[in-house]
Design a protein around this ligand. Structure first.
Ligand SMILES: C[S@@+](CC[C@H](N)C(=O)[O-])C[C@H]1O[C@@H](n2cnc3c(N)ncnc32)[C@H](O)[C@@H]1O
Length: 809
């Protein structure tokens, strides 16, 4: 058990931890559409979606959420048993992120495709499997462009000198993976008459289902499919359920290409790492293979097909234990490149295999097109493992936005009154900001920060799509959003009104001040530059589903449209990148210089980009939303979790920096909503504890509702963590001591180094650790537990605090 698992197990308890992990690997069955009430009504959306529902779907799958009137819920189902026999052995392996999007109802776009069976043509049915990533990285184990060779099943043969193992008996209905060295291949001389051979040069291979194989590998497929993209790596071994192997998958590299050694099979890697002797043998075998390959004529197929010599050179998956004159059933398959999960149906020509098979799909592009295209729909789902009602795509643009239910709740909990001045500190892509604008009737101002131009563009685009004008989006580090005092500040009254949603309207404070600089920002600025198309639906929260589809669209950022994504398939995200303040100044200087030289400058390059301050004086806002960047351990489905224990704590350190700024930017009487999409209490309850302890009577925790949908927060403290007088220190340091020492150093630095990044510590009541909440406090926050099947949401946390007094410093 790694430190991260130990930490989360300790926090949640074994039972809840396991239920949570199980829930996180699957998508929620429900999809939430937040209705843009500035454009339409919830009832209108329900009516239209019901009309759009295809046959086979009950009208009841669409309903308004009983406690969240602006949310329309689509009821999906799954996991369903899918028979892949119609795929005839053809497979496509897609990236993890694409797989997660598919589980939420999206089709597959070209950039999400990693590996495709040889010869897949448009219209072919394929089994869709999810590839996994190399541990600790974002890089898939399978390199994009790989060809999957199916159907090499059993080999029958007799060696010239009797050295070849007869594989017929290794399996009959469940064939073994066969791994053949080039050397061994060259020695197979007695061959069956099956014409399906692709890998061995001088022979063919007998299969229990030659007909099926022929469907998979069309005549000539070997020639066509040997033309891999430059740099394409070699083998893609698959693992079967029995552990005896399932198929031999060999993808020869292009001649002259330098195959990525990282991309070699796990088995080969293992052989390399664990056995240097094996590596040497392997190298020798390769050298020998090359020599033999060189000796082979270009056309050597007994089945009459031309087989290029490079096939001999290109046999890459090579068990170090294989000696010449042997063809062997692979004794232990290398690790599967497929994410663990559902099992491939045993019906059909392929044996049952373990892997994350997410559905039966139809190829919209051929294999070659999938790898050549930079964008576009590659595969549409025919029979998904999880089903989502396919009706959303037909709605008019800007009517709805896909938004996780707890995110909707977070914005409702803040519920700024019309005319309020709101800071959304970490706002991209703008899901909560646009909902708050909706709640405010688009009256007032929402300053929406995010840290990159691309992300700010997402906010601008979404606001434009939804017809919201009161959002001013800026590129800014929210941790530096507190302006340092610079002389006189003109007091400006703060016009926070009351709002019917507000369960506890904060007392208004005369202490609220704005500088004239900040007051000068008008709402109108946000509408500039919003004109370009954005898909009518978006995932917010920066989810992997979001990013996956964005990547699939070939954009750095944009729409995900995970549900009924035919709509988004047609919608290219196109946003202009706003100019940074620096770039703007540069541009201004350039124009001034041109004018000085008597040249009329052209129109400003990007006049539509909102500009303005990225830092504000203390107490500038009526409300602050800090939807914090977090470890995102609540997002689902997640087919692979990568973050470690140290990362979780680094997230908490970053969040403390942000909440410190939030508290200061909030006016007295104003309210702060803090939310995350993680289940990690160190980023949730412990941050609230930190706020309450640090700011004492200046802050009050108030009910994070209505609506109340989640469970109460965690009470007490992490059982394995103790306070050690400063920062966080584990009571069981054996596995985490290095992490914690580094973290403690980071925390101390955070609190003591003077400078723009670090806020002065003025109210410190006690050191903070993994202390959570009291019973009374825990009842005020909302913790959305992904394993709560009634709720069926992502993991999420919401807390609300009201500022009762000024914070000095
Ligand atoms: C959870 S997402 C916000 C989702 C958003 N509130 C919504 O509802 O659509 C967190 C965001 O914080 C941004 N972020 C991270 N660090 C930041 C910083 N120092 N300043 C501003 N934004 C930051 C990330 O770029 C990311 O877009």
């Amino acid at each position: 058990m790694g430190p991260r698992e130990a930490y989360l197990r300790g926090a949640l308890g074994d039972g809840r931890f396991e239920a949570t992990v199980a829930a996180l690997s699957q998508p929620p069955r429900t999809t939430c559409m937040r209705v843009n009430t500035l454009r339409t009504s919830t009832q209108e959306v329900v009516t239209r979606v019901r009309q759009l529902l295809e046959s086979g779907w009950d009208q009841d799958v669409v309903r308004v959420h009983p406690q969240v009137p602006c949310a329309v819920i689509l009821q999906g189902s799954g996991p369903h048993e899918v028979s892949y026999s119609a795929a005839g052995g053809r497979e496509v392996i897609i990236s993890r992120k694409a797989g997660e999007a598919v589980l939420r109802g999206a089709p597959v776009f070209a950039p999400g495709v990693l590996a495709v069976s040889a010869g897949v043509a448009r219209g072919d049915l394929v089994a869709l499997a999810v590839g996994r990533e190399k541990p600790g990285s974002d890089v898939p184990e399978i390199t994009r462009g790989t060809t999957l060779y199916t159907a090499v099943t059993t080999a029958t043969g007799t060696g010239e000198d009797g050295g070849i193992t007869d594989l017929t008996n290794t399996t009959s209905t469940n064939p073994a993976i066969v791994t053949v060295t080039a050397t061994a291949t060259s020695r197979i001389t007695t061959i069956s008459s099956s014409p399906c051979c692709t890998a061995p040069v001088t022979g063919s291979i007998d299969t229990p289902d030659s007909a099926a194989v022929q469907r998979t590998i069309a005549p000539g497929g070997d020639r066509r499919d040997s033309n891999l993209a430059p740099g394409t790596p070699g083998p893609i071994p698959h693992e079967d359920e029995t552990g005896k192997g399932g198929e031999d998958v060999i993808a020869p590299p292009r001649e002259g290409s330098s195959a990525d050694p990282e991309a070699l099979s796990g088995g080969e890697d293992a052989a390399r790492e664990g056995d240097k002797e094996g590596s040497r043998e392997e190298a020798e075998a390769e050298a020998e293979a090359e020599a033999i390959g060189a000796a082979l004529p270009d056309s050597t197929s007994q089945s009459g097909r031309t087989v290029r010599r490079r096939h001999a050179l290109g046999v890459l998956w090579c068990d170090a234990r294989i000696t010449t004159q042997q063809a062997v059933a692979r004794p232990a398959p290398p690790p599967s490149p497929l994410a663990p999960g559902w099992t491939h149906s045993s019906q059909g020509p392929l044996p049952p295999r373990t892997g994350m098979y997410v559905g039966l799909a139809r190829a919209v592009m051929s294999r070659q097109e999938m790898f050549r295209a930079r964008e576009g729909l590659a595969l549409e789902l025919v029979e998904p493992v999880f089903r989502v009602p396919p009706a959303v795509g037909g709605l008019p643009p800007g009517w709805v936005m896909l938004q996780n239910l707890p995110s909707v709740v977070a914005a409702l909990v803040l519920s700024p009154a019309p005319g309020s001045r709101v800071l959304d500190m970490c706002a991209a892509p703008g899901g909560k900001a646009t909902l708050m604008a909706q709640i405010m009737g688009d009256k007032g101002e929402i300053v929406a920060f995010d840290r990159t131009h691309a992300k700010v563009s997402e906010i601008v685009s979404l606001a434009g799509e939804l017809g919201v004008t009161c959002i001013t989006a800026r590129k800014a580090d929210a941790g530096k959003a507190l302006e340092r005092p610079t002389g006189h500040q003109a007091p400006i009254s703060c016009a926070a009104g009351q709002h019917p949603f507000q369960s506890q309207p904060p007392p208004h404070s005369a202490a609220a001040v704005f500088t004239s600089k900040s007051a000068a920002i008008g709402c109108g600025a946000s509408s500039r530059g919003c004109g370009e198309a954005f898909g009518s639906m978006s995932y917010e929260d920066g989810t992997a589903a979001h990013k996956a589809l964005l990547k699939q669209h070939g954009e750095e950022s944009g729409d995900t449209a995970a549900v009924s994504a035919a709509a988004t398939a047609a919608t290219r995200v196109s946003v202009r990148t706003p100019m940074s303040d620096k770039a703007r100044k540069r541009e201004e200087r350039r124009r001034a210089a041109m004018i000085q030289r008597g040249i009329t400058p052209p129109e400003p390059r990007d006049a539509s980009v909102p500009s303005g301050p990225t830092a504000y004086p203390p107490e500038s806002f009526d409300h602050v939303l800090l939807d914090a960047p977090c470890s995102a351990l609540g997002l689902r489905p997640r087919l692979q979790q990568q973050s470690g224990a140290l990362y979780l704590r680094q997230c908490a350190a970053a969040q403390r920096r942000l909440v410190d700024a939030a508290v200061r930017l909030l006016r007295v009487g104003g309210s702060l909503v803090y939310s995350t999409c993680t289940i990690n209490p160190g980023e949730n309850e412990a941050i609230v504890r930190y706020l309450l302890d640090r700011y004492g009577s200046s802050l009050q925790l108030v009910p994070a509702g209505p609506p109340f949908l989640g469970r109460q927060g965690l009470v007490g403290r992490h059982p394995n963590m103790v306070e050690a007088g400063r920062g966080i220190s584990p009571s069981e340091p054996s596995t985490t001591s290095v992490d914690d020492a580094r973290l403690t150093a980071a925390v101390i630095q955070d609190a003591t180094v003077p400078g723009q990044d670090v806020l002065p510590v003025t109210v410190v009541s006690k050191p903070y650790g993994e202390d959570w909440l009291s019973e009374a406090e825990a009842a005020l926050v909302q913790r959305f537990d992904p394993s709560d099947s009634d709720l069926d949401t992502i993991g999420f946390f919401v807390a609300k605090l009201v500022k009762l007094g000024a914070v000095v410093g």
